[in-house]
Design a protein around this ligand. Structure first.
Ligand code: AVJ
Length: 324
């Protein structure tokens, strides 16, 4: 997930999207899942965010991968296939695939997993020169099962989980997800996980409330996406972007705050929702990590840390774990 357009996109109208919206807006604290940011406009807005001076996360991730690809590759068994969870277009994966080229003649096999068919098609096209690409248009763990079924004898697997996508899970869900992942793998297999680190509060807030207004537009677009896909009548101007740092949970939360009392109807979800003035819809959590937390998380989920690389310009860690 460079772009977590990776995470999920292109949702069939009237089905899962509608029932998720119904469930989320029916809660006391209204919420919408962050995967619904990423329609075509949302993906373009996220891409623009990665160029903001205030949002250093993606550039730090790419910088670490570029700089340390040879070091990472030196710790991975020679006979190895690569799986990426939420590959998106696979832009930042090139450096690591290049460093992992098998010695003589053989082709490196790469299994990008993503729910966006468009992103996967671009990924397969763009990385064809460095790997034999086997795109899997599936959810993470389903895709893992498909890729593992292709494992050759004596081959090890390297799983990539980049861009701090792990931060979008609630902490207990992240641990559960990683435990499931390690249980799919074998000793000697590895996971490279990218995580954004806790930093100065003002810096974190500016990254999610930039003066250019891109993050506000990105956040509001979730309502535009619902308008377009589910025939709703959200008036985007009646909501405002709000980002806060939740200190006990160590996460940035993004909300959309209703500027007044209003009622919205969402035809395809067969739903009418009322908003009080100041009431919010919680649209995203981006958890931030402490270095010791990574070791603890690895230990709790069947892994151990083999090596870590931290970016100094924008505190972010690339953590290489092996299956115990
Ligand atoms: C790519 C999901 C990690 O949480 O920082 C960017 C998405 N949200 N600005 C993040 C995002 C607001 C991003 N992730």
């Amino acid at each position: 997930m460079s772009t977590p357009a990776s995470a999920l996109s292109r949702i069939k109208p009237g089905t899962e999207f509608a029932s998720d919206v119904r469930a989320g807006l029916g809660k006391t604290q209204k919420e919408l899942h962050s995967k619904y940011f990423y329609d075509d406009l949302g993906s373009a807005l996220f891409e623009a965010i990665t160029h903001l001076p205030e949002y250093g996360l993606t550039r730090a991730d790419e910088r670490l991968l570029r700089l340390h690809a040879p070091g990472i590759a030196s710790l991975i068994p020679a006979q190895c296939a690569v799986i990426e969870l939420g590959s998106g277009t696979g832009k930042k994966t090139r450096s690591i695939l290049t460093a992992l080229q098998p010695p003589a003649g053989g082709r490196l096999r790469f299994f990008p997993i993503d729910v966006s068919a468009d992103a996967l098609a671009r990924c397969a096209h763009d990385l064809a020169d460095v790997a034999e690409v086997h795109p899997l248009e599936q959810l993470y763990l389903d895709g893992m099962a498909s890729a593992i079924a292709e494992r050759k004898p004596d081959e090890n697997l390297l799983v990539l989980f980049l861009g701090s996508t792990i931060g979008n899970f609630e902490r207990p869900c992240a641990a559960e997800f990683l435990r499931n992942l390690s249980q799919c793998l074998q000793p000697g297999d590895a996971l490279l996980v990218g995580a954004d680190l806790v930093k100065n509060r003002e810096r974190m807030l500016a990254a999610y409330d930039d003066p250019t207004g891109l993050t506000a537009a990105f956040n509001l677009n979730i309502l535009g996406h619902i308008n377009r896909e589910l025939r709703a009548d959200f008036e985007l101007r009646n909501f405002e972007h709000h980002a806060t740092w939740n200190e006990p949970e160590r996460r940035i939360e993004m909300h959309l705050r209703s500027r007044k009392a209003q009622t919205v109807s969402i035809a395809e979800a067969d739903l009418t929702v009322h908003f009080e003035p100041g009431e919010t819809i919680w649209t995203e959590s981006s958890h931030k990590f402490l270095l010791p937390e990574m070791a603890e998380l690895a230990g709790q989920t069947g892994f151990q840390i083999a090596a870590q690389w931290v970016d100094n310009e924008w505190p972010f860690v690339e953590s290489l774990w092996t299956v115990r």
